[in-house]
Ligand binder design. Structure first.
Ligand code: OAD
Length: 254
């Protein structure tokens, strides 16, 4: 594994930082075995989003859409959080406030132990009735011969933000607030092209916060970020955790 060197400016920022935001995308879960959306092996390279991830597609063919989410849910259930997720959760011990703002629906940040997680695009473990809004969270509908129905007769849909839909207002406004008020925002494993989620790192930047990007490749955000770290989040984040532990130790000794 590569050893990452962190800039002096970044280390100084880390020393004084109290509030940290981790803005994450599909790349952070790639090392857990969950495919990303874009790039050569990306999901949207093989499937058409408008046929699977839209309300009109669901109404047209609920079973097709349901099966697709069941397939993705099965993948998620077979995976575990990776060292990147665990490092973020452990970093909570070293700062006053650590917030995860994620575009991922895989629930892996929570499974890794992160406590404050804003989910901008929903959560694949959660569902609700499109008619009466009754919730059906963490229920396995695996053996359902057709798309599952609510006791009221309405169709049950995954609680995922589909194309053309609004983001959950409470999650988005809390994310905006925390981005505007943090000391350092890390943008990790996201192509940063899907708005409004991709405004979150820009809000931090516009409020003169320190923005650090961790990605395998450059994105539209890279030229605005204060720091770009090229590497796998599952390698970089444990080394960041190690650095933070050393800095806190030095503080105690001084
Ligand atoms: P993308 O698939 O667009 O981007 C994944 C990013 O992760 C790319 O920039 C990769 O270079 C990077 N990457 C891959 N593996 C990595 C690793 N091990 N370490 C670090 N970086 C890595 O995924 P998102 O940006 O999350 O929306 O996509 C945003 C939204 O588009 C998703 O939430 C989804 C999709 O349509 C909805 O479903 C509403």
């Amino acid at each position: 594994m590569q050893n990452y060197s962190f800039s002096g400016k970044f280390i100084d920022k880390l020393k004084s930082a109290r509030k940290i935001v981790f803005f994450t995308g599909a790349g952070i879960s790639a090392e857990s075995g969950i495919p990303t959306f874009r790039g050569t092996n990306g999901i949207w390279n093989k499937m058409k989003p408008e046929e699977l991830a839209s309300f009109s597609a669901f109404i047209k063919n609920p079973k097709l859409v349901w099966d697709w989410y069941q397939y993705r849910r099965d993948i998620v259930h077979k995976t575990q959080p990776n060292p990147g997720h665990f490092a973020i959760a452990e970093l909570e011990n070293y700062f006053n406030q650590v917030t995860v703002v994620t575009q991922n629906v895989d629930n892996l940040h929570r499974r890794a132990g992160s406590k404050t997680v804003y989910e901008l695009h929903g959560n694949i473990e959660k569902n609700y009735c499109i008619d009466c809004r009754k919730r059906y969270d963490f229920i396995n509908f695996q053996d359902s011969p057709s798309s599952p129905k609510c006791e009221c007769g309405g169709l049950i849909r995954p609680d995922i933000v589909w194309f053309g839909e609004m983001l959950p207002d409470d999650q988005y406004s809390a994310s905006e607030k925390t981005a505007a008020d943090c000391d350092i925002l890390f943008s990790i494993g996201t192509s940063a092209v899907v708005f409004p989620a991709a405004y979150i790192p820009l809000i931090a930047k516009n409020n003169r916060k320190y923005v650090v990007e961790i990605n395998l490749e450059h994105t539209d955000l890279s030229y605005k970020a204060d720091e770009f770290i090229s590497g796998k989040s599952g390698d970089v984040l444990p080394q960041l955790l190690q650095l933070v532990k050393e800095l806190k130790n030095q503080n105690v000794q001084n």
